[in-house]
Design a protein around this ligand. Structure first.
Ligand code: MF3
Ligand code: CO
Ligand code: CO
Length: 270
């Protein structure tokens, strides 16, 4: 099956619950993201919150797509030049680090997938700008979503914004359909041409999760078989939401009390 699933109203209600729960894990962990904690401790705190408080299943744990070893942890923690799928471990966070925490929970068989950037301590101007503009790039993509728009419209909005402010867009990883499976069609590229690719229809649910690098776009996989880093070791940032196509636009499903609001107006980029 390579068809994009159109979700029913019952599916959508379950996806709202899963999306909120994923976002609430990020709310829960936020006060713990401080200098001196290890990424492994963040993983354990999130794991216990998901399993014991929420009654959710951490989708990454033992996730094993073709050609991979089972993912060994419950969340992804990608620090500084790590782009995505950073495996939690002994790494100690220090002031000035930037870290993406990517959470996917399963509740009653349905997945919610979301990530945010955290800055440890104050952070450099360059790091803060990257995190802020990557957030805005995600929102440029989200705001394209409506019935009749295409996946190319989303990719084009993200790519032109990102490259316009001097960053590169990672090509090897993309957003994805999501529902009772973690990753399903379609692939949601973060680059592209307007008016091309799949036409969006009401009831589709997919993630938008751009990865932007200060340096070049090229990637390298680490020997752990999961962690992806920038080849030039430049800083990288990512934000992710799970989004539903509605009658006349979009609904972000991965929302909770602590979700950062969408940018009020296009921010200055110089
Ligand atoms: N949450 C990631 C995504 O946004 C996927 C992580 S897969 C894992 O698609 F195995 F690395 F956890
Ligand atoms: Co995702
Ligand atoms: Co994710």
């Amino acid at each position: 099956m390579n068809q994009v699933v159109i979700k029913s109203e019952q599916d959508i209600e379950k996806m709202r619950v899963a999306g909120r729960l994923a976002s609430e894990v990020l709310d829960f962990i936020t006060p713990h993201v401080k200098a001196g904690i290890t990424t492994g401790e963040l993983d354990r705190l999130c794991h216990d919150f998901m399993v014991e408080v929420q009654g959710t299943v951490p989708a990454p744990l033992n996730y094993c797509p073709p050609g991979h070893s089972p993912y060994p942890k419950s969340i992804c923690t990608s620090v500084n030049h790590q782009i995505c799928h950073g495996v939690p471990g002994e790494k100690l966070l220090k002031n000035g680090d930037i870290v993406n925490l990517d959470i996917t929970v399963i509740k009653e068989g349905y997945h919610g997938d979301t990530s945010r950037m955290f800055i440890v301590g104050e952070g450099s101007i360059a790091a803060r700008r990257l995190c802020q503009l990557t957030f805005e790039a995600m929102w440029r993509g989200i705001e394209q979503v409506r019935p009749g728009a295409t996946l190319g419209d989303i990719g084009y909005a993200i790519q032109t914004f990102a490259e316009g402010v001097g960053y590169s867009v990672v090509r090897e990883f993309c957003g994805h359909g999501i529902g009772t499976t973690f990753h399903e069609p379609p692939h949601v590229m973060h680059f592209g041409q307007p008016g091309t690719g799949l036409t969006l229809r009401k009831g589709m649910i997919f993630t938008i999760e751009p990865m932007l690098n200060i340096g070049k776009r090229h990637i390298k996989e680490m020997p752990d078989g999961w962690t992806i880093v920038t080849k030039d070791h430049s800083l990288s940032a990512q934000w992710e939401h799970t989004v539903l196509v509605t009658d006349d636009g979009y609904e972000v499903l991965t929302v909770s009390q602590g979700t950062p609001p969408k940018p009020a107006q296009p921010s200055r980029t110089t």
